[in-house]
Design a protein around this ligand. Structure first.
Ligand code: WQD
Length: 343
């Protein structure tokens, strides 16, 4: 019986982490979740058991607890870590920068120290296209200049630099940095999905809550951008495609790849109004909206050139915008209040 590589998923009960958990299980890895449930719901564990048909190994705790993480790495002979744990709300980070620096940077430092202590040197990091700031042109390639327009994005940029410095200092390290564009969608079972606390900051969950009747209408933040219909253009990527990118990244690193930084996007940009009409088609429900002023910090266009990930990882996204909306709708309509009230 070949032993399945055990992979630690920090923040593994969250939106991206839970979908990656399923994909890793299907790819014959054995993921172990570490989550403090500060921004996720333990109900996810029951849902993951229903999807995978297996018990879900999970340790309740914080990545900030260096000793705990080092112990888990040693006791379970963890082969690699995927680091999802972190706060991710742009607006909140502007209002509470120290909360973001403490949690996102402190968590990264703690994890790197624990991994060094346990001699576990293989890491996949959840980074973000936000490190590109306001790109001068699109599509974006990985050599574009980085900048930050908010503390959240700043923490992603600094985490990337910390990982690079550790790899520079010790050749034993292998790190894959995945710069996510706009993750959306849900597992086709409708059992897991995005479950924001309070009013969603992001477009897709907000549209979804309008369609299900939880919100009266969508505010469209600006229609005077230099884009085909004047509304913001983004690279929406299905969370299932994103999960597969993590499988491909781990497979490459565990086969000896020395490390990489890649864009994880589709290469296709869609506007706010494109998403609205796709969602109406997918759900059969109206998504009323009202024009509103631009949101501070928003850029007009942001979408990836995904060629490097295709070349290095033999990975590319293949879900359409319609399927992103259909899978979101199945999750939302089956769980109108998210995970909260149903279990
Ligand atoms: C998309 C478009 C808005 C809400 C952010 C973070 C990024 C990542 C994804 C964490 C924009 C418009 C939105 C609404 C709207 N987060 N919009 N009405 O801003 O591209 O990226 O979320 O990992 O790091 O920066 O995503 O979904 O918030 O906005 O009109 O109620 O939808 O103006 O054009 P964004 P978003």
């Amino acid at each position: 019986m070949i032993r399945k590589p055990i992979i630690l998923l920090t923040g593994g009960a969250g939106y991206i982490g839970s979908h990656t958990y399923v994909a890793l299980t299907e790819a014959q890895f054995q993921p172990l979740i570490l989550d403090d449930f500060s921004n996720s719901n333990p109900v996810v564990l029951d849902r993951l058991e229903r999807i995978t048909g297996q018990a879900v190994p999970c340790h309740r705790g914080s990545v900030l607890n260096t000793e705990l993480v080092a112990e888990l790495l040693k006791v379970h002979a963890i082969e690699a870590v995927v680091h999802f744990a972190g706060f991710k709300a742009v607006g909140e980070s502007v209002a509470q920068p120290l909360k973001y620096f403490d949690n996102n940077l402190g968590g990264m430092i703690s994890l790197l120290k624990a991994m060094e202590n346990a001699a576990c040197h293989t890491l996949v990091f959840s980074s973000s296209a936000t490190v590109y700031g306001d790109p001068a042109t699109v599509p974006i390639t990985e050599d574009f200049p980085r900048s930050h327009t908010n503390p959240y994005g700043h923490t992603k940029l600094v985490c990337e630099d910390m990982i690079a410095a550790v790899c520079q200092a010790n050749a034993a390290w292998r790190a894959g940095v995945l710069r996510y564009f706009n993750p959306v969608g849900a597992h086709p079972s409708g059992l897991i999905g995005e479950d924001p606390n309070g009013p969603p900051n992001n477009l897709m969950p907000y549209v979804s809550q309008v369609a299900v009747g939880k919100r009266p209408f969508l505010h469209v933040f600006g229609n005077d951008y230099p884009t085909p219909d004047g509304t913001g253009v983004r690279d929406y990527i299905h969370v299932q495609d994103l999960a597969q990118a993590h499988v491909a990244a781990l497979q490459a690193l565990l086969l000896g790849d020395n490390g990489f930084t890649v864009n994880i996007g589709t290469g296709q940009g869609y506007s706010v109004l494109d998403v609205v009409s796709a969602f109406e088609q997918a759900s059969g429900k109206p998504v009323p909206y009202q024009l509103a002023p631009r949101r501070p910090g928003d850029v007009a266009r942001c979408y990836a050139d995904p060629a490097l990930a295709r070349h290095l990882l033999s990975w590319s996204a293949n879900h359409t915008l319609l399927s992103m909306c259909e899978d979101t709708w199945r999750w939302q309509s089956n769980n109108p209040e998210g995970y909260r009230l149903l279990e």
